[in-house]
Design a protein around this ligand. Structure first.
Ligand SMILES: [Zn+2]
Length: 148
């Protein structure tokens, strides 16, 4: 990278990218995104928090799963920078994150609000919702001091 290179600040993807297809199980999550709520399931039997919607708790097998609203704060657990996207619809580079939420679960998302070179394990991040297409809202994460 030359010294004249200006690092691009990562931004939400534009319309045209593949969109989520909510299932009966994931519908509450996507409805939450449209309302600006990051929802997840918590087992009322054992307390386990889980991102991937399910009918039974992966910890104890109970069906006592409640939808809850996350504060949307966490830290970067892992990440990768994508420079060659799977389809040309994606603007690259972009950074795929595994975020460890304060409520004790992990989810995959994308980083925005800073250059890709700023990402590191343990970076504090905050959810940031962006409408990508008519009524379809995606959760991104930005560094906590650069919320958008
Ligand atoms: Zn459980």
């Amino acid at each position: 990278m030359s010294e004249n290179t200006i690092a691009t600040v990562l931004a939400p993807q534009r319309a045209g990218i593949p969109l989520p297809t909510p299932s009966v199980l994931s519908q509450p999550f996507w409805e939450g995104c449209a309302l600006g709520e990051l929802r997840y399931q918590r087992c009322t039997a054992c307390g386990r928090a889980e991102f991937d919607p399910n009918r039974l708790c992966r910890g104890c097998g109970s069906d006592a799963l409640d939808w809850q609203v996350s504060a949307g704060r966490g830290t970067v657990y892992s990440y990768t920078e994508v420079v060659r996207p799977q389809t040309p619809a994606f603007t690259s580079p972009y950074v795929v994150l595994i975020v460890e939420l304060d409520e004790g679960y992990h989810m995959v998302s994308n980083l925005i609000g800073c250059p890709a070179s700023d990402v590191r394990i343990g970076l504090p991040v905050q959810v940031s919702f962006h409408e990508v297409d008519d009524g379809v809202v995606l959760p991104y994460f930005a560094p906590e001091d650069q919320r958008q």
